[in-house]
Design a protein around this ligand. Sequence first.
Ligand code: XIL
Length: 317
Amino acid sequence: TIGTNDAAQAAGKLYFGSATDNPFLNEDPTYKSILSNKSLFGQLSPENAMKWDATEPEQGVFTFTNGDAIVALAQANGQIMRGHNTVWGSQLPAWVSDSGFDNATLISVMQNHVSTVIGHYRGDMYSWDVVNEPFNDDGTFASNVFFDTIGEGYIELALQAASTADPNAKLYINDFNIEGEGAKATAMANLVSGLKERGVPIHGIGLESHFILGEVPTTLQAQMEAFTALGVEVAVTELDIRMTLPETDALLAQQQTDYQTVISACRAVADCVGVTVWEYTDKYSWVPGTFAGQGAADPWDENFELKPAYDGIIAGF
Ligand code: XIL
């Protein structure tokens, strides 16, 4: 059977890719060898290695060892990279989240973080999730130290710093529950159109796509088109489709259909550049640890066997 990345490229997309994390790469050669197969994966995302708590655990002390290892692997394999992420309310060290920094100080702390991390990887990244998960489900801005201290201007300040640090990377805002029409997707569209009107560098919207089995939004393709009509590209950045365990043949068949639906939507939208699964194997999925009783969300099973979802991906491209 054809590889997922080969199928994506045959359909005119830039990549099919996967998130990955250092413990799995270091400890599991089978995992690493499948991930390194460019016919399957043309792109990697660091699942945790480039987040704030991993890269600047203490103020001004930057550690890039884990992120560098993933970039080196991608380069050795001929794979492109999406950077993930620089400004987010989660996985933030207490020295940032509980600092009590005033407006001017936090702006400079944030700009220094964005410039240093993205600058370190200048030239290495196809794209960056500069701002992650800025919205609540009702379309209001999520409360986090950046919004609460700086206001919504933190988003454009972060994008400006990112653009200076790597002028060639595509700069994204990434979020979940924006994959179908609704208040949150509208808020994202309004934010991005405002940024574009003001000349702020913004090139893409990331649709995380952590879906529940049988609940892929029917307006997914329409929403992708609404976003790309603003003059930005879109990408499916964190795809997985979780089910209530235990898995059954019927659930796996529904999952195959759902994967095909997502891939077909990206295929149909010219400026949907690619699809990334948030880990390719159920062995290392974040889902069971986060959503109690749920799992089996990825296209490879825990033993690295292909699931029906794989055929759905190929059919979708
Ligand atoms: C998750 C990782 O997969 C986990 O390993 C970690 O413990 C928590 O974060 N949205 C995002 C990702 O943008 O960064 C999150 O990744 C999943 C939800």
